[in-house]
Design a protein around this ligand. Structure first.
Ligand code: MN
Length: 256
């Protein structure tokens, strides 16, 4: 039986991870290591300034007082160090993780961490709206995960970002990350003591370009986007070359 590590960023008691856990346990040796409370939008943060606690809340389900990235590390490098997982699964997140927003996402960052540790991974997110059904999405996710687990050709850095529409899906589409046109506005107010405070607000707007994850989910399709962690901008390598070559000898060789 293949081993699956399941985590999320909404906390170990969230509906999405429960539904997915039930499905995955049917065909995989499942270990769940997830935050003990909501850690959404924690991005790829790693806790290094305080100790972490890990409590087995029920057999095979471990709650950690840290981020999703902490959970993946504790699981892979400690709990499962002699029985490395074949796949890391993160979700199902309450809310979409589309386009530029994947950089904020704790759900997706757990799979970035899996990539860094050389384990294939799948991130799953559910749009919230009329028709949202974690049971349905968990069953579909489990079908794909079962197929991925038997593939011998899966690269260690394989990372699949999945987004389910709220309504009954029309099917699934392979997509690329969409672009956000605008998201935040900052609101300034005064507290009862007359001191200013700020609130980051605003609703996202998207370039609804064909072939993007956002367009797929908006039109009722499940979006499947393979991601990778190489952030190199190959189109700008040449532009940077001039900087690399432009430092005068005498400055390079300055001694303190
Ligand atoms: Mn979340």
């Amino acid at each position: 039986m293949k081993r699956v590590l399941l985590t999320n960023d909404d906390g170990i008691f969230s509906e999405g991870i429960r539904a997915l856990g039930r499905e995955l346990a049917r065909f995989a040796k499942l270990v769940v290591v997830a935050p003990d409370r909501e850690q959404s939008a924690t991005s790829h943060s790693l806790t290094l300034t305080r100790p972490l606690r890990m409590v087995e809340v029920e057999p095979g389900w471990y709650a950690v007082d840290g981020t999703p990235t902490d959970c993946v590390n504790l699981a892979v490098l400690w709990l499962l160090k002699s029985q490395r997982p074949d796949l890391v699964v993160s979700g199902i997140n309450l809310g979409s993780n589309l386009g530029d927003d994947v950089t904020y996402s704790g759900t997706v960052s757990a799979t970035f961490e899996a990539s860094l540790l050389g384990i294939p991974s799948v991130a799953l997110s559910q749009e919230i709206g009329v028709g949202t059904n974690f049971e349905r999405s968990a069953k579909i996710a489990a079908l794909w995960i079962e197929q991925l687990l038997v593939r011998e050709d899966l690269p260690r850095q394989f990372l699949l970002n999945v987004n389910f529409p709220a309504e009954v899906p029309r099917g699934a589409r392979v997509t690329r990350l969409g672009k956000r046109v605008y998201r935040q506005s900052v609101i300034e107010k005064e507290d009862p003591r007359g001191k200013k405070y700020y609130w980051i607000a605003g609703t996202p707007e998207w370039q609804d370009a064909p072939g993007t994850d956002h367009e797929a989910v908006r039109t009722g399709w499940i979006s499947l986007t393979p991601l990778h962690l190489d952030l190199t901008d190959y189109s700008n390598l040449e532009r940077v070359e001039a900087l690399a070559l432009g430092v005068p000898e005498e400055v390079l060789k300055l001694q303190s």
